[in-house]
Design a protein around this ligand. Structure first.
Ligand SMILES: Nc1ncnc2c1ncn2[C@@H]1O[C@H](COP(=O)(O)OP(=O)(O)OP(=O)(O)O)[C@@H](O)[C@H]1O
Length: 313
C-alpha cells in the first residue's frame, strides 16, 4: 500500500508536485496518468526515496522506504532502466543486486526466465536494446518478490509483444495481491491494464477514480440518421439537449438516450436508418480532463483539447 499525504516538491521556483494525497490499494493496478511534466516521475522518485519531499509524506506500508530494512523486498521499482553497469552481463547485474539482499542465484534465474531474458542474460548490458534494458529493469524490480511495484513509463521502447507482456505482468502481479503503480502519459496504455486511475495535471490530482467512473463521467451522445432529420431535430429540441448536425440526414444528440429518441421518432413518423449510442472513449475523457493542464501543446492537440472541452457545439 502506498500513501501520499500533502506531498509537495519544488525545484527552485518550479512546483513539480503540488500537495497531493492518495492511497493505493493492494490487488489493483493503479495507473498514474498525466501529460509530460505533470509530476509523475517526481512523485514516484519520492516514493522510493530517490528524491525528498519539500513537504508532506509518501509512505509504503506505513513507513518511508528508508525505514524499511530490505528495500528490494518491499518495493520493486523501474524508474530509470538505464541505471546499470554497461560492462556487466544481465545475469551479473542481477546477481550483484541480489547479493545486497541475500537473494539466491535461483531467484535470479527465476526472474531472468520470467522476463524472457534467458537468451541474453550472459551478454553485456551495453549491447542490450531499449526493450531488453526495460526487461532487465523489471527483472531487478521483481528480484525481492516485493508486495509493491512502481513502474515509470514501463512500456517505453518495447515492441508490441513487449507491451502486451508488461500489461499481462502488471495484471498478474495485482492478481497475486500486490500493489501495482504504473505511470504513463497515454490513456490508451492504461485503458487495458489499470483498474484505477490517478490523473495528474501540473502537479495536482485532477481525477482519482476507478476507470469505469471516468468512462461513465463522460457525456453520452447518440448518432441519428434519418431522411426526416430536420423534423426530428425540431421534435427533439429542448432544455439541456444539444444537437449537432453532421450532414443532411445525420446528427448527434447529447442529453437524451437512444430509447427516448427512438420513441420521439415513432411519434412523428420519422424512419430511422441509424440510432447509435456513441461510447465516450477513455481517451476523450482524458483529453477533457487534462486539456487545461498540458504544459506544451501542439496545434492539433490544442485543438482536440479545446473541442473536448467545448463539447460538440
Ligand atoms: N531535478 C529537477 N530540477 C528541476 N525541475 C525538475 C526536476 N525534475 C523535474 N522537474 C520539473 O518538474 C516538473 C515535473 O516533472 P516530472 O518529470 O515529475 O513529470 P512527469 O509527469 O513524470 O513527466 P514526463 O512524462 O515528461 O516524465 C516538470 O516541469 C519538470 O521540468
Amino acid at each position: 500500500m502506498i500513501t501520499a499525504e500533502n506531498l509537495r516538491k519544488t525545484y527552485g521556483s518550479k512546483t513539480a508536485v503540488d500537495g497531493i494525497s492518495f492511497a493505493l490499494e493492494p490487488g489493483k493496478v493503479t495507473g498514474f496518468l498525466g501529460p509530460n511534466g505533470s509530476g509523475k516521475s517526481t512523485t514516484m522518485r519520492m516514493a522510493v526515496g530517490l528524491d525528498r519531499p519539500t513537504s508532506g509524506h509518501i509512505s509504503i506500508a506505513g513507513k518511508s522506504l528508508a525505514q524499511h530494512a530490505a528495500p528490494l523486498r518491499t518495493v520493486g521499482a523501474v524508474l530509470d532502466a538505464g541505471a546499470t553497469h554497461p560492462g556487466r552481463t544481465g545475469r551479473q547485474h542481477l546477481r550483484a543486486l541480489a547479493a545486497t539482499h541475500r537473494i539466491s542465484h535461483k531467484r535470479v534465474d527465476d526472474v531472468i526466465e520470467l522476463t524472457g531474458l534467458e537468451s541474453v542474460s550472459g551478454k553485456r548490458i551495453k549491447g542490450y536494446s531499449l526493450g531488453m534494458n526495460q526487461r532487465l529493469g523489471i527483472a531487478a524490480a521483481l528480484l525481492g518478490d516485493p508486495a509493491v511495484l512502481i513502474f515509470d513509463e514501463p512500456v517505453n521502447g518495447l515492441d508490441p509483444e513487449g507491451v502486451r507482456w508488461v500489461r499481462r505482468l502488471a495484471r498478474d502481479m495485482a492478481a497475486e495481491g500486490r500493489t501495482v503503480f504504473l505511470s504513463s502519459h497515454l490513456m490508451s496504455e492504461m485503458a487495458q491494464t489499470a483498474d484505477h486511475l490517478i490523473v495528474l495535471g501540473r502537479g495536482r490530482i485532477i481525477a482519482d477514480a476507478p476507470i469505469q467512473d471516468l468512462l461513465e463521467g463522460g457525456e453520452s451522445r447518440v448518432l441519428v440518421r434519418t431522411e426526416q432529420a430536420k423534423d426530428l431535430m425540431n421534435a427533439l429540441a429542448g432544455d439541456r439537449i444539444s444537437i449537432t448536425c453532421r450532414d443532411a440526414e445525420t446528427f448527434e444528440v447529447s442529453g437524451l438516450d437512444a430509447r427516448s429518441i427512438g420513441r420521439r421518432a415513432l411519434e412523428i413518423g420519422a424512419v430511422l436508418h441509424e440510432l447509435t449510442p456513441q461510447l465516450t472513449s477513455l481517451e476523450d475523457s482524458y483529453m477533457k480532463l487534462t486539456g487545461d493542464y498540458v504544459e506544451y501543446q501542439s496545434g492539433a492537440a490544442a485543438g482536440a483539447a479545446a473541442q473536448a472541452e467545448g463539447g460538440q457545439a
